[in-house]
Design a protein around this ligand. Structure first.
Ligand code: CO8
Length: 265
């Protein structure tokens, strides 16, 4: 059965024109804390959207109180080391299915984005945050540290000393600080987060899906490759686009002074 026809317990999936898929994390009683079921279900939906030609941009959101308050502490507290490792395998599947997704992923964040919740946000391509949101990596207060990519993505997004400050102290910070340190794209009034996310997703959905996918992959690659290797990979991606119809459509539309109609082929 397609992910489009399924009902999920921990997330609500919806679709909007044009070509936007929305995943709402939905465990409101626990501030959307992340358990194994949520990871399994979210992965399935993200993978479905990854291969779904009708989806050209994805929004991940929570509710007005929480994007997600991190791992479900009640569910993970008695794990032994091997169970913890298996849990993180599932976390990695979700995080990399966001980061490697063919479609751009917009995080729409209101309320709390803590621990694994913020780590999910940091895997998203564009991050739109409400002005009353609270962010943080409080794992140090639980006798652990951020293990869902927080030690990797925070320094890459902001800086190594800020990563150390917020990870070592576990202190929460405001949306304004998150914007100032480069962790998020924009801060908007809380009530406007979803509208702004839709606006952004619509913009992205109108571009060529082929060019979008290649651009995303190459930007992500810049975090891991040296500049020469990155530029060589970029060269291959860029040249490949000239074998598709979207590049011809985009350039012809410019010359003919009309809007391009990209088909993703
Ligand atoms: N896990 C489980 N339950 C939670 C969580 C959580 N992370 N956060 C809140 N809850 C539950 C509380 O236990 C409480 O349940 P109940 O009503 O049954 O007692 C309910 O939500 C309300 O919580 P509070 O009474 O504490 O409400 P407050 O408004 O006073 O505080 C806070 C809300 C600030 C969210 C506070 O509950 C808090 O600090 N929560 C913990 C946040 C945290 O430490 N997060 C990090 C978790 S570790 C982690 O994320 C590691 C990453 C691993 C990978 C993750 C994959 C994506």
């Amino acid at each position: 059965m397609s992910y489009r026809d399924k009902q999920y317990d921990t997330c609500i999936v919806s679709f909007e024109e044009p070509n936007i898929g929305i995943i709402q994390i939905n465990r409101p009683k626990a501030f959307n804390a992340v358990n194994e079921k949520l990871l399994d279900e979210t992965f399935e939906v993200l993978e479905g959207m990854h291969y779904d030609p009708e989806v050209r941009a994805i929004i991940i959101c929570g509710n007005e109180n929480a994007f997600a308050a991190g791992a479900d502490i009640k569910a993970v507290k008695d794990f032994n080391a091997f169970q913890a490792r298996n849990f993180l395998d599932k976390v990695h599947k979700v995080i990399f299915m966001i980061e490697d997704n063919h479609k751009p992923v917009v995080a729409a964040v209101n309320g709390l984005a803590l621990g694994g919740g913020l780590e999910l946000v940091m895997a998203c391509d564009i991050r739109i945050v409400g002005d009353t949101a609270t962010l943080g990596l409080p794992e140090m207060n639980l006798g652990i540290f951020p293990g869902a990519g927080g030690t990797q993505r925070f320094p890459r997004n902001a800086s190594i000393c800020l990563a150390k400050q917020y990870i070592f102290t576990g202190e929460f910070f405001t949306a304004a600080i998150a914007e100032k340190i480069g962790l998020v794209n924009m801060v908007v009034p809380a009530a406007e987060v979803m509208d702004q996310a839709r606006k952004m997703a619509k913009k992205l959905a109108r571009k060529s899906p082929l060019a979008m996918r290649e651009a995303k992959q190459n930007i992500n690659n810049s975090m891991n490759a040296d500049i020469k290797a990155g530029s060589r990979a970029e060269q291959v991606s860029w040249s490949m686009l000239f074998s598709g119809a979207d590049q011809k459509e985009g350039m012809n539309a410019f010359i003919e002074n009309r809007k391009a109609d990209f088909k993703g082929v």
